[in-house]
Design a protein around this ligand. Structure first.
Ligand code: UDX
Length: 499
């Protein structure tokens, strides 16, 4: 048997959402820099958009050991792929991508040519347990990746306890009126966690809701995998991470990933610093940076609800009046597909909002280079949906937040921002008066205290990603662990991994 030592070749497979793909691409860059072979598996839909709106292909061409591959998500081209259809995306991936993924991986684990050794490890988004099953079937080491906060993931592990203690499903006559009831059975979060802060999926009265089964499977996969990568940092979620390690001992906390990538861009002389880092699935409107350049320091409210949130005209109007009445300048991201108004009315309504903002010296864009916006000196506050990437980006940039969570982990992220880290304020109502009051408060009276807290967290984030910091050390350990699979020997006569 002719044998060679196979070079490590890692497959990264994100769930096809902007935040999931974005942060995993940042991780991929880091792994490429460590000299690993990387196959990045994107949905066809996302790959087309990524190539259309960014220079990702050019950026990654710097690493000959990196390649993109694609897989269909099974949805029609005009499918909204929004928060409201989140479970359709999950189901479609399972139905369409699973068999194809299995076939692709069987081929790839047997037969690779030229530069490409067989796959030695999978890093798979934990939202897709089916892909983890395939790794297990092929006896390939699998590390799970999660793009959400540890505090949210921890509540997933606490589900059995919440049911056993009858805290779930919610009891009581009018659950809507009782959302402030505190939750006692999430260890480490007693005293501040309320019903309304639990992940949106928990907020159902139906104990047989299939979501509970899906979460159970996700937890099982996280505990069975070789390890779990989370885009967070030790100093941010330390008490939760301690609890978490009782379930998943091999945790790689490697965040904030976007900052690691930026940092390397600035520190490496071999990099061409003029290549912008963008992993956007929408066309970034860079005119907002020129606009920000002409605004006074700390004067602008930046409002963006990420890639999936969809809201109706009434909600939009409350935000509009709240912002305008606050008298502050604002930069507002309104994705074309984010307003729930049909056809032509939506387009003309959006045009009115854009023009109205301009008349008031403010700006509405369809999609912004968010990381750059957040680090701009003109930024005063970030009005966010509390998606995890946005939360990490806001913390790293040291910009106080106003939180208006919509779904998934956003509720609990918002609670941690406002009550635990005290770096922002949660909106308790979405009406124009509350919005106006809170915007003024955060931009004026509360500003100093919030800035002090968030500056402290931003410093800790910087320390974590510096040489010797916890995220850097965890990344080094991850790379070592990915390389250790190389100990497997590649049998060139049968093209298989042995040992
Ligand atoms: C989803 C879920 O909704 C969220 O709850 C979960 O935490 C992660 O996955 P998304 O809603 O897109 O993510 O929000 P978020 O995690 O904040 O990610 C959005 C990403 O898009 C961020 O990296 C942000 O920088 C980027 N973005 C957003 C832009 O680049 N430009 C914009 O105009 C808006």
């Amino acid at each position: 048997m002719e044998q060679t030592v196979a070079s490590p070749h890692v497959l990264l497979f994100p769930f096809p959402g902007q935040g999931n793909m974005n942060s995993m691409l940042n991780l991929a860059e880091f792994l490429c820099n460590a000299g690993l072979h990387i196959t990045f598996l994107n949905s066809n839909h996302n790959q087309q958009r990524l190539l259309r709106f960014t220079n990702a292909q050019e950026r990654f061409s710097r690493w000959p050991k990196f390649r993109f591959q694609t897989i269909p998500d099974g949805l029609p081209a005009d499918h909204p792929r929004s928060a409201a259809t989140f479970f359709e995306i999950l189901d479609s991936m399972k139905a369409t991508a699973k068999p194809l993924f299995r076939e692709m991986m069987i081929m790839a684990s047997r037969k690779e040519s030229g530069l490409w050794p067989p796959l030695s490890c999978f890093i798979i988004d934990g939202l897709m347990p089916f892909a983890i099953d395939v790794a297990e079937e092929l006896s390939i080491r699998v590390i799970v990746y999660r793009a959400i906060s540890a505090c949210c993931l921890w509540t997933f592990f606490c589900l059995p306890g919440l049911f056993a203690a009858a805290e779930l499903p919610f009891q009581g006559g009018d659950v809507e009126d009782d959302m402030d009831v505190t939750i006692k059975n999430v260890p480490g979060m007693q005293g501040f966690l309320r019903r309304r802060d639990l992940p949106s999926f928990f907020q159902t009265k139906d104990p047989t809701d299939p979501i509970f089964q899906q979460i159970g499977v996700e937890c099982q996969k996280m505990t069975q995998a070789y390890g779990l990568i989370i885009n967070t940092f030790e100093d941010l979620e330390s008490p939760v991470l301690t609890q978490f390690r009782s379930q998943v001992p091999n945790l790689y906390t490697v965040g904030p990933l976007h900052a690691l990538t930026l940092r390397r861009q600035h520190s490496s002389s071999s990099m061409t610093s003029n290549i912008a880092v963008s992993n956007s699935l929408w066309d970034e409107d860079r005119s907002c940076i020129t606009w920000l350049d002409s605004q006074p320091p700390k004067s602008v409210v930046y409002m963006s609800f990420g890639s999936l949130v969809v809201y109706d005209k009434d909600t939009l109007m409350e935000f509009w009046h709240g912002l305008v009445n606050s008298g502050k300048l604002f930069l507002w991201v309104v994705r074309q597909d984010s307003i729930n108004i049909s056809g032509g009315e939506g387009t003309s309504f959006l045009a009115e909002v854009v023009d109205g903002a301009k008349e008031r010296g403010s700006l509405v864009v369809g999609w912004a280079p968010q990381e750059e916006v957040l680090s701009h000196p003109a930024l005063g506050v970030f009005l966010t949906h509390s998606g995890w990437n946005s939360t990490m980006e806001g913390i790293y940039a040291g910009v106080p937040m106003i939180c208006w969570p919509f779904f998934a982990d956003q509720q609990i992220n918002s609670r941690f921002v406002s009550e635990v880290w005290k770096v922002g304020v949660a909106l308790d109502k979405c009406d124009r008066w509350t919005i106006e009051r809170v915007v003024k408060d955060v931009m004026e009276q509360k500003r100093e205290v919030l800035v002090e807290s968030i500056d402290g967290l931003a410093k800790l984030a910087r320390r974590c990603i510096s040489e010797g910091g916890s995220s850097r050390s965890n990344l080094d350990r991850l790379i070592q662990d990915l390389r250790s699979v190389r100990e497997s020997v590649y049998d060139t006569s049968t093209s298989t991994l042995v040992g």
